[in-house]
Write a protein that binds this ligand. Structure first.
Ligand SMILES: [Zn+2]
Length: 271
């Protein structure tokens, strides 16, 4: 799950569970918590969900005015809404029940974080305090982006995936983001021209917004259990090794870039 999926989820959760009071919480994987389960339950039961927001790869769920529940789905999770008459999913680790007997379950694929903090402790939370702006923020302007890249070392792919620089882009969307901007993932940040930075800025925003419009990734579920519409048909080069580049027909290559894999067109994205 990257920024588009979490943004969609946050919007749907806002619609269904905002202003509802939490009555019951089950957590079968208490290792994901930052406090003992009993303390977690005692603190949040009776509190009201006041807002939900996607920040990078995190959901920020505000409880009353003074608490935050921070959820990170790790390698992926299904966060699914339920009504009293609904059959619950067969498998889930976490369940929230609200005062109108609706709620939601969370099924985690590998690991997740579910951290409860006081809102005024946000600046001290190691995993989220340093999160960069998301490309969907109003303040994420071209001027801001250009300034962000100024005097930075390393390659552009690593830079964009580092959540401290920009939050919410992962190894799925980055592929087409770089392709649209005609940038090889290993290009150094310092070598980018103003024209390339502008193309990259537009591409980041375009890919994120396009995916949100289509309901997010085709293999991730939203709050209602529906899969998104952004899949192989929408990808330009991502996960299409051997297929022709949509621009120049050169076969798409899968290459190793540090610890991640990249899909590139060697003609459109020269190193
Ligand atoms: Zn090409």
């Amino acid at each position: 799950m990257e920024l588009p999926e979490l943004t969609i989820l946050a919007r749907q959760m806002m619609k269904e569970i905002a202003k509802r009071r939490i009555c019951e919480v089950e957590v079968a994987n208490p290792k994901c918590l930052n406090v003992p389960l009993e303390q977690f339950q005692k603190t949040i039961i009776g509190k009201t969900v006041s807002s939900i927001e996607g920040r990078g790869k995190w959901l920020f769920i505000k409880l009353d005015a003074d608490y935050l529940l921070l959820f990170n789905p790790g390698m992926g999770a299904d966060v699914i809404h339920f009504k009293p008459e609904d059959r619950l999913p067969d498998k889930y680790q976490i369940k929230f029940t609200l005062d109108d007997e609706t709620g939601f379950t969370i099924r985690v694929w590998w690991f997740c974080y579910l951290h409860l903090i006081r809102a005024d402790e946000l600046g001290e939370h190691k995993l989220v305090a340093k999160l960069g702006m998301t490309p969907l923020d109003n303040e994420f302007t071209f001027g801001y982006f250009k300034q962000l890249l100024n005097n930075k070392r390393g390659n552009i792919k690593t830079f964009l995936l580092d959540q401290k620089n920009v939050s919410g882009i992962g190894n799925v969307y980055i592929q087409d983001i770089l392709f649209n901007a005609k940038l090889h993932p290993m290009r150094t940040v310092s070598s980018l021209t103003d024209t390339e930075i502008e193309a990259l800025y537009k591409s980041v925003r375009w890919v994120m917004n396009e995916s949100i419009e289509l309901g997010g990734l085709a293999y991730e579920k939203d709050f209602y259990g529906n899969k998104g519409g952004y899949g192989k048909g929408q990808f330009k080069i991502a996960y299409k090794p051997g297929e022709p580049c949509p621009v120049c027909q050169t076969p798409i290559q899968k290459i190793k870039t540090g610890s991640t894999s990249s899909f590139i067109c060697s003609n459109c994205q020269p190193s």
